[in-house]
Design a protein around this ligand. Sequence first.
Ligand SMILES: *[C@@H]1O[C@H](CO)[C@@H](O)[C@H](O)[C@H]1NC(C)=O
Ligand SMILES: *[C@@H]1O[C@H](CO)[C@@H](O)[C@H](O)[C@H]1NC(C)=O
Ligand SMILES: *[C@@H]1O[C@H](CO)[C@@H](O)[C@H](O)[C@H]1NC(C)=O
Ligand SMILES: *[C@@H]1O[C@H](CO)[C@@H](O)[C@H](O)[C@H]1NC(C)=O
Ligand SMILES: *[C@@H]1O[C@H](CO)[C@@H](O)[C@H](O)[C@H]1NC(C)=O
Ligand SMILES: *[C@@H]1O[C@H](CO)[C@@H](O)[C@H](O)[C@H]1NC(C)=O
Ligand SMILES: [Ca+2]
Length: 524
Amino acid sequence: MPRLLSAVLLLLLRCLASTLGQYELCKSLVSTDEGSVWEHYACQPKPRSMKDFMRIKVDPPGITCGRPPERFCTLENPYLCSDECDALNPDLAHPPQLMQDNERNGLITYWQTVTWRNHPLPLLANVTMSWNKSLELTDDIQISFEYGRPTIMALDKSMDHGRSWQPYQFYADDCLDAFNMPPKQVRDLSPANITRVICTEQYSRWVGSKGEKNVKFEVRARFAVFAGPRLQNMDNLYARMESMKGLKDFFTFTNLRLRLLRPALGGTYVQRDNLLKYFYAISNIEVPARCKCNLHASQCLPDEDGGNLQCQCEHNTTGQDCQRCKKGFKAKSWKAGSYLPAPNGTPNTYCECYGHSNRCSYIDYLNIVTCVSCKHNTRGQNCQHCRLGFYRNASAELDDESVCIECNCNQMGSVHDRCNGTGFCQCKDGATGAKCDDCLPGYYWKQGCYPNVCDEEMLLCQNGGTCYQNLKCICPPEFKGVLCQHSRCEAGKDCNGASLPHPSTATLLLGTLLTYLLATLTPH
Ligand SMILES: *[C@@H]1O[C@H](CO)[C@@H](O)[C@H](O)[C@H]1NC(C)=O
Ligand SMILES: *[C@@H]1O[C@H](CO)[C@@H](O)[C@H](O)[C@H]1NC(C)=O
Ligand SMILES: *[C@@H]1O[C@H](CO)[C@@H](O)[C@H](O)[C@H]1NC(C)=O
Ligand SMILES: *[C@@H]1O[C@H](CO)[C@@H](O)[C@H](O)[C@H]1NC(C)=O
Ligand SMILES: *[C@@H]1O[C@H](CO)[C@@H](O)[C@H](O)[C@H]1NC(C)=O
Ligand SMILES: *[C@@H]1O[C@H](CO)[C@@H](O)[C@H](O)[C@H]1NC(C)=O
Ligand SMILES: [Ca+2]
């Protein structure tokens, strides 16, 4: 009964976990026959708007409008130049923080740059967003431009806190002209090249400054390639995250950078006589993401001092991204959790490969996660067994490189090259010893063990023969047979009439002849 009860409890718990949403629970107390124990699951924090935690920096210095105060015009009506930007007047200032504020009462607030007074020098601006935390995109990045979207811009990302950068997506009204790239859309991408960096013309063409304000980095459309159009099959996406190289990393970042390379032009060429209508203005940057906690935390909270996000690590891990083992838990190598197997994943506090592999893979039809390419002659789901032909070194830990010792079975003496848990090989008839390189009594070794032909006990050589290395009897000339048991003069044959092949026989005959001659010649 208690077993049934605990099974029911476990089932209830799993249901609860699934109503909570996937991977929201890191562990739970489960009753079993042995009392209450913790069950551990792969877990991740909920997505949220990361706008609230980003630090924004704009470059170059002086790019923000209003110092000194200036006028600007609109693209639709170039003669309407009544708008003003003044950094010192709160009602007319357009500082960078207006890209991340929470707008109220329908009042749109925006950061605005200086106008393109220096034409034909390009009007360039960088907007760099930093979080000091690894994040994973969960939905589209959306940048809202007032007064028209740029005709050329690039989105870059960094995964190492700004030390190195890589392009994320290019945007232009003419991709070939601006970046020498053919225009693409996410829907042109196949599952295999979904992480390709593309240039898109979708968000850069002139549609009127109020027509469409948003520029997106499409996350949802990329997820949909694996999870279906309504993202109904997230399990499939998560399975791909585990198996497809670079997929998880593609959505991971610590910093983003918008490089604004040419402002909206109103659908025509630059009109040099009115450069006050060319500038950039961004009202909002939406970055829906979750903290990357390597599937070891379900909470991610700002710390007290810096306001930096910090995973609340479980599974005896620690670090900003739960990327290390806690002190005292170093015996096991650290490992990220896995989304697999569905539905609860693996916290990987026990999907260990004992240091013999650094790759796990999901086997669909078995619904298990297993180590792949186990090294050091190990094998098994956790590289916890020795390969055939090897046995476990009893004095070595499982994560020792010399945990598996070669059986070294003698090829001639053993049935096959495998051995048992203590290194004993399986011997052929007559062979013995741990490696089967010895013979049992009554057998001799000659590329394997063969029954003795002769010996000093039971299989004695007869008629004066001598036993040579248990292999054969060396018989006196008159005898033959395996044990020299047959006389050469048997069955009434005339031994004397035989030819004289042997010098010793000749000597013998000569002796007999001499004796005979002497006997007849000597007078009695
Ligand atoms: C923007 O960032 C890029 C890449 O780091 C840099 O090469 C460029 O000079 C920056 N542009 C401005 C206007 O600061
Ligand atoms: C970034 O985060 C790390 C780890 O939480 C912290 O030690 C460091 O001071 C932070 N840096 C900044 C600039 O906030
Ligand atoms: C992605 O792959 C598909 C088919 O494999 C190909 O048609 C398409 O051009 C590729 N896209 C890019 C951007 O390379
Ligand atoms: C973490 O360490 C504690 C204390 O040793 C242990 O009881 C617990 O089972 C560990 N948790 C995991 C997920 O390994
Ligand atoms: C067995 O493991 C011990 C401890 O690591 C090591 O010193 C020893 O050499 C290993 N034995 C063999 C035969 O490899
Ligand atoms: C291996 O075989 C040897 C010899 O038959 C035996 O003494 C030993 O107990 C076996 N070891 C195991 C682990 O089966
Ligand atoms: Ca705003």
